[in-house]
Design a protein around this ligand. Structure first.
Ligand code: GRG
Length: 298
């Protein structure tokens, strides 16, 4: 694994940490228990991949306004974090560790973890709305807002998660699995990269290309996740391994086998990079990041 790339990712993630911190709610008032549970999971680390992809896409298309992009970077990480808190609940995957720490329901109880997920989802929109400024740029911010609302919803992440839960203990086709992966995982990656492009003022065709690139990267990312659930370690991943098998989940590996899954991570990544290279603008770091993810070990 390329250590200089790892260091560069760590430095970028550290900067993102301080942006995220600046948007977290204060732990005061009668709401303190829910805000503490929200901040506990937000502050637990994580790769910060979605805000990173959003920011790098924004920079690639020439975006320069920090007050516009940063509220959306925080918002996408809040939505991602809510999905992890809920995914770990006893009614779903029932996992005790996430991001190297006890999960929110273990520390704060199930009721507070449900509320913390709900709280983060709502606070994401409250946070993104800070980008509005009452001038001509509000129309692109409105378009970004629509994408932030739609991609995590029933025609995106929630839709994929619904099929995933409904299909537990059943044999499913590869088509159904692709629906699950594209929605459960690719949707938030599409959301991140599309918002970066929209806020920077990219044209429709480039926004559509970013959506396609992100869909492929999301597929590669989820297949790699399925592989790491078998070959990785809790120490590296910060969450238990073997969770898919425990929950009788259909995964790319259970359907296609480990070798084919490994090949397909590389194939989707290569397809994404080929599309990336057709874009009218460049971001060498973003290109390297997309390639690096195919071999990630956490
Ligand atoms: C509404 C009850 C209810 C549940 C929602 C939508 C949902 C549950 C869960 C989302 C599904 C999910 C966890 C998809 C998997 C995507 C994935 C591989 C997540 C892990 O992302 P990383 O590796 O995590 O970027 P870090 O911790 O690094 O941010």
């Amino acid at each position: 694994m390329d250590n200089s790339m790892k260091d560069q990712i760590r430095q970028k993630a550290d900067r993102i940490e301080s942006i995220l911190s600046s948007f977290l709610p204060e732990e005061t008032g009668y709401q303190k228990p829910v805000i503490s549970a929200m901040n506990y999971t937000m502050n637990a680390g994580g790769k910060r991949l979605r805000p990173m992809l959003m920011e790098e896409t924004y920079l690639m298309f020439g975006g320069t306004d920090r007050d516009m992009i940063e509220p959306f970077m925080a918002a996408i990480e809040m939505i991602h974090t809510y999905s992890l808190i809920h995914d770990d609940l006893p009614a779903l995957d029932n996992d005790d560790y996430r991001r190297g720490r006890k999960t929110a329901h273990i520390v704060y109880g199930e009721a507070m973890a449900i509320l913390a997920g709900d709280g983060l989802l709502n606070y994401a929109f409250e946070t993104a709305s800070k980008a509005f400024r009452g001038d001509s740029r509000d129309s692109v911010i409105g378009r970004a807002f629509q994408v932030l609302a739609a991609k995590p919803g029933i025609y995106g992440m929630i839709g994929g998660q619904t099929a995933d839960v409904a299909d537990e203990d059943k044999d499913i086709t590869l088509d159904e699995l692709m629906f699950i992966h594209k929605n459960k995982t690719s949707a938030l990656i599409e959301c991140s990269m599309m918002i970066g492009a929209i806020l920077a003022g990219a044209d429709q065709e480039s926004i559509r290309t970013m959506e396609e690139i992100a869909e492929k990267i999301g597929l590669a990312f989820q297949i790699r996740d399925d592989i790491l659930d078998i070959t990785g370690s809790q120490e590296e991943l910060g969450k238990p391994v073997g969770s898919d098998e425990k929950n009788n989940k259909n995964t790319y590996v259970s359907i296609k086998g480990l070798d084919r899954a490994t090949e397909d991570v590389l194939r989707y990544t290569r397809e994404a990079i080929d599309l990336f290279d057709t874009l009218p603008c460049k971001n060498a770091y973003l290109r390297r990041l997309l390639l690096y993810l195919s071999g990630r070990d956490n």
